[in-house]
Design a protein around this ligand. Structure first.
Ligand SMILES: Cc1ncc(COP(=O)(O)O)c(C=O)c1O
Length: 424
């Protein structure tokens, strides 16, 4: 399937019509257990996972639907990169299960990891709060500044980890530069590429060794299934399957795998539309009197626009903006939107919007220094409205934001007072 285009792979990779029934969609094998051949040394080897394709014995380590999804994700992540050999994937119960599976496979007591100081809150808390509990040293740095990564490297560094674009503030890290730094030290680079999806960014082509996605977001695209994946060298993926799925247990449900496999079919079409609509929404917001500042990698005003244009084929559907009226306007915005939904998560057909007061966001990051917090404050300003632009008509989205930004509700005025009282 090497020479097929990304869009064709999104439809076909991993799925064939059923040889018996001719069914064009893969059936869902909602079975935990599979009948095995009679006892023998070969079977023992297989069950001990001496091969990258373990038999379907128990769904925690293999199931036909999970295998099909893994094949499709490898095909998408390596589309057009036939020089990449022996890349495999392991799907997990959620994006966080993928992040933790990778970290706990590659890192142990006494090791050191350099990671993005701004990434999905669950990941940054895993780095900041939990890895140190297991004796793993962590340096959280601004990975969009390659020099910070270079100077954080230590003799015991075992991994460089970056999320780009970074959730929620859309910093962009230079994957090729980070791969150069990691490889000079003889360690792998892992990239959480969830916000771009393989349709817009291929970290492996830029030198990364591992790619992580929350499948919950763009790859599924319909907001109805959690899932995650780690893609990387076959040997390490085999280790993750054995040590993290079999021993720790974060396996994906076959039903979710089926939904995600179906969602992935339209990934290239959806990403094109998300990107086009987000650019229109970002441009509209940039000129809006109630908006102080917009962060979208597709805007020339984004400090990393040139890098994003180089390493991504489009800019995806995520943006943040800062309101002139602060918390009061944010509360009223959340109340008045009609097409957008006030909700967390992203990458769905539905447009979603979520507000983080900057103080709340940086105060929660107890593992960051005050200089790091000041840098984040300077980048985002006062209050982060995070927007996931969906697949509705961009004109409707723009009109919805416009009507919601104009006028203030009573709750929008009372809200900030209540918030201040709550905070004491
Ligand atoms: C970049 C990124 N990585 C990982 C995750 C975690 O994914 P999940 O919710 O599937 O565990 C998220 C969730 O928002 C995310 O945005």
């Amino acid at each position: 399937m090497d020479e097929l285009d990304f869009s064709t792979l999104a439809v076909h990779a991993g799925e064939e019509p059923d040889p018996e029934t001719g069914a064009m969609r893969l059936p869902i094998d909602m079975a935990t257990t599979f009948k095995l051949p009679p006892f023998g040394p070969k079977l023992i080897d297989a069950l001990l996972m001496e091969s990258p394709r373990p038999p379907h014995a128990y769904t925690r380590w293999s199931n036909p639907g999970l295998r099909a999804l893994e094949e499709r994700l490898v095909a998408l992540e390596t589309a057009g990169l036939s020089r990449l050999k022996k890349v495999d994937a392991v799907v997990t119960a959620s994006g966080m299960a993928a992040v933790s599976a990778l970290l706990f496979t590659l890192l142990g007591k006494g090791d050191h990891v350099v990671a993005s100081e701004v990434c999905y809150a669950g990941s940054v808390e895993l780095f900041g709060l939990h890895l140190p509990r297991f004796g793993i040293e962590v340096s959280l740095v601004d990975t969009s500044d390659a020099e910070q990564v270079r100077s954080a490297m230590r003799p015991n560094t075992r991994l460089v980890y970056a999320e780009t674009p970074a959730n929620p503030i859309l910093r962009i890290s230079d994957i090729a530069a980070l791969a150069g730094i990691a490889h000079a030290a003889g360690v792998p680079l892992a990239v959480d590429s969830t916000w771009a999806s393989p349709a817009l960014q291929q970290p492996l082509a830029l030198g990364a060794d591992f790619v992580i996605h929350s499948l919950t977001k763009y790859i599924n695209g319909h907001g109805d299934a959690l899932g995650g994946v780690v893609i990387g060298p076959q040997k390490e993926i085999q280790r993750i399957r054995k040590e993290m799925l079999v021993h720790l247990g974060g396996a994906l449900s076959p039903f979710n795998a089926w939904l995600i496999l179906r969602g992935a079919v339209t990934l290239p079409l959806r990403m094109r539309q998300h990107s086009e609509s987000a650019l229109q929404v970002a441009q509209f917001l940039e000129g809006h009197p109630k908006v102080a500042h917009v962060v979208y990698p597709g805007l020339e005003s984004h400090p990393h626009h040139a890098l994003a244009a180089r390493q991504m084929s489009a800019f995806s559907g995520m943006l943040t903006f800062q309101l002139k009226g602060g918390l009061g306007t944010a509360i009223s915005l959340s109340e008045k939107i009609r097409v957008f939904h006030y909700a967390t998560s992203l990458g769905h057909a539905h447009s979603l919007l979520f507000y983080y007061p900057t103080d709340m966001y940086v105060d929660a990051a107890t593992y960051l220094s005050s200089a790091q917090k000041a840098g984040i404050r300077e980048w985002v300003g006062d209050g982060i409205v995070r927007v996931s632009v969906g697949l509705e008509a961009p004109g409707d989205l723009i009109r919805d934001l416009d009507q919601a930004l104009r006028g203030r509700s009573v709750r929008g005025v009372v809200g900030p007072l209540a918030y201040r009282l709550l905070k004491g």
